[in-house]
Design a protein around this ligand. Structure first.
Ligand SMILES: NCc1[nH]cc(CCC(=O)O)c1CC(=O)O
Ligand SMILES: [Mg+2]
Length: 324
């Protein structure tokens, strides 16, 4: 008898393919990154991120209502800080009336049940465009961690549900957790960018926030793309220090790391499909070289298949619109 098994039987039509499908995508899967700028009536497209925008607080309100109506329930906030407010210590990051703090309040006033996660790192505030305080051309770990902890408390005071440290300083999760507990923000969570690689895929994001490093690169704090086991060490430490959710970043080129982290630990795992991944798909689709929607959905399935519990993606809205 030939053949003993015919695997194609389970692919015969859409109904049987649906029946045996192992992964699916819903609005619950997404964190929506949002870029916020000063001003009024601003909705400016980011040149290297087609169809993605920086919003001033007033237009952000409309965007939030749209996200909410689509069933999207959590946002990841980034702010673009004017040059004159940048310094080496990220002083503006602690301003209770700063753009981030106002953005958090605006969102909570518009959609009180939207989960607000805030990016915690110095780079948008840094005159050097680095994620930490610079001394003699070096990024100083422990002094930076102190600022990150204060910054986290400031975001919590403004109403953030989660802080999301994306800086890759050592020990920052513990310091942030302690600072939040000291101030009685026991319910404010931490989503740690635990395995964050020194990646060239962040290029368009740095355009969006005007936050590219002014000298050197981020290789003394972000991870070497050559390394796999180091991601597990980083993640384990962040969990021990109190991270509620851990993240792997970037996404598509790091699916092996997502799977490793998911297999090894029992906390929720997030993956970040970063700006460069978005830009690649958009650019190829614009040229007619790839089918935009199909490639987008395939990338989402890949994240789920790799074990991601949630996906931060600039495609979140497009995906949900396509599904509904
Ligand atoms: N620390 C800031 C930060 N938070 C998220 C990203 C990248 C996100 C993206 O590319 O979409 C970056 C840039 C960087 O580390 O240089
Ligand atoms: Mg670490």
């Amino acid at each position: 008898m030939f053949p003993l098994r015919r695997n194609r039987r389970l692919r015969t039509n859409a109904a049987i393919r649906g029946l045996i499908r192992e992964n699916s995508i819903t609005a619950n899967d997404f964190l929506v990154p949002l870029f916020v700028v000063e001003g009024k009536g601003v909705k400016e497209e980011i040149p290297s991120m087609p169809n993605y925008y920086r919003h001033s607080l007033d237009t952000l309100v409309d965007e939030l209502k749209l996200l909410w109506s689509l069933g999207l329930r959590s946002v990841l906030l980034f702010v673009k800080v004017p040059d004159n407010l940048k310094d080496n210590k990220g002083t503006e990051a602690l301003n209770p009336e700063g753009l981030m703090q106002r953005a958090i309040k605006t969102i909570k006033n518009t959609c009180p049940d939207m989960i607000v996660m805030t990016d915690v790192a110095l780079d948008p505030y840094s005159s050097f465009g680095h994620d930490g305080i610079v001394e003699d051309g070096k990024i100083i770990n422990d002094d930076t961690v102190e600022v990150l902890a204060e910054m986290s408390v400031s975001h919590a005071e403004a109403g953030a549900d989660f802080v999301a440290p994306s800086d890759m300083m050592d020990g920052r999760i513990l310091s942030i957790r302690e600072a939040l507990e000291d101030e009685n923000f026991t319910d404010v969570g931490i989503m740690s960018y635990s395995a964050k690689y020194a990646s060239a895929f962040y290029g368009p994001f740095r355009d969006a926030l005007d936050s590219a490093p002014g000298f050197g690169d981020k290789k003394t704090y972000q991870m070497d793309p050559a390394n796999r086991f180091e991601a597990l060490r980083e993640t384990e430490m962040d969990i021990d220090e109190g991270a509620d959710i851990v993240m792997v970043k970037p996404g598509m080129a790091y699916l092996d790391i997502v799977r490793d982290v998911k297999n090894e630990f029992d906390v929720p795992v997030a993956v970040y499909q970063v700006s460069g991944e978005y830009a690649m798909i958009k650019a190829a689709a614009e040229k007619g070289w790839l089918n935009h929607d199909q490639v987008m959905m395939e990338s989402m399935m890949a994240f789920k298949r790799a074990g991601a519990d949630m996906i931060a993606s600039y495609f979140a809205k497009d995906v949900i619109k396509l599904l509904s």
